[in-house]
Design a binder for this molecule. Sequence first.
Ligand code: ADP
Length: 411
Amino acid sequence: MGERLGEGEATGVTPSPSLSPKGERRKSKKEYEKKDYDEQRVSESMAAIVLSKLNKHYGSLHHAVKDVDLSIADREFVALVGPSGCGKSTTLRMIAGLEDISSGEIRIGERVVNHLPPRDRDVAMVFQNYALYQHMSVYDNLAFGLRNKKMPERDIKAAIDRAAEMLGLHDLLKRRPRQLSGGQQQRVALGRCIVRNPLVFLFDEPLSNLDAKLRAQMRIEIKRLHAQLPTTSVFVTHDQVEAMTLGDRVVVMRDGRVQQAGTPLVVYNNPVNRFVAGFIGAPAMNFLDVTLAKEGDALVARSPAVKLAVTEPSRRALEAWQGKPVILGVRPEHLALATDGPLSRTFAAKVEVVEQLGSEILLETRVGEARVTVARVPPETQVAAGDQVRLSVQPGRLHFFDPESEAVIMT
Ligand code: ADP
């Protein structure tokens, strides 16, 4: 790959010292300070990103990003999440300038950057493959981009000290990358971003190569880093837990389109459609095909296997759906084994699999034709595969979706 975000930038795009513009006249220190530092300071207050009707076509057949509108506030941390191939990396790479846009507009701060080369966008990108220079010490890896920018060594040292302090790298500065663990290498890659003091951080699945424990640790480090150094950040991941834990806002994409953008709690509590409802949350939301019907005064969601009373506030919105099929959604953690409780809030299930996690039990059950997962069952509960049980639903925790459009039926 020959794409570069800037000279010796903090990216995992394999940096090559030979690409540095050797013939370029060295800027005097004064010139450096005037141009780069002042520009940086001015731009620091204006790091909002605005994507307007952004589209990307790969050739004539593949429409990878479709009419994406998204405003990211200055210093906001936004997580772009969705299944593989939904267009999140392409969106990120268009912000970075590594991919041309087909139509639309990208603003970073005050500037439309559509046609600006990556190096002029003042963004730093961390990739899954952090690709450090193996023949250089950690210190020199961190210094590389700044030396290319002709920053004075004294200022480079100050920038590295600051980054090393934040990331706990001081003891590693003399080591070569191969003497570091994966997590330490990823921290150095983050350090390369920090020393550049960019307007925007872009993260492209940076934790995917790490094992589960390290991923969880690095998540916390990135979160801590953002608190210490609030910089507008866009973080691409296919992992909804990563997105939920890191993002001030989570942007869920599917098939090139933004499905929903909201705080983690909003996308969890009020998913706009079945896709978001099923994608956010683990274990995933259960879905049952039901029909809405009146029984006396009550409105019930009915299938051969369940009959649940629809309570306010859903009830009012659902009156109009009487006699029609809808999709009922309920999260595993909003179900419980029922010892008692009104029949209108419980239904029968057959336990198929018991997963004892120590802190909780997960149950896989069968409700008529449907598979239904139950989470947070107390770990001491006596329950075995084959048991017939009753499940109860927490009031107000039912979601309803239009089976045709899959949009939520607004309540
Ligand atoms: P994600 O990051 O969500 O996994 P990408 O943005 O990488 O998805 O890709 C979105 C879609 O565009 C995918 O279907 C992918 O195959 C396609 N795509 C990505 N890069 C190219 C390319 N250089 N040429 C053609 N198609 C591409």
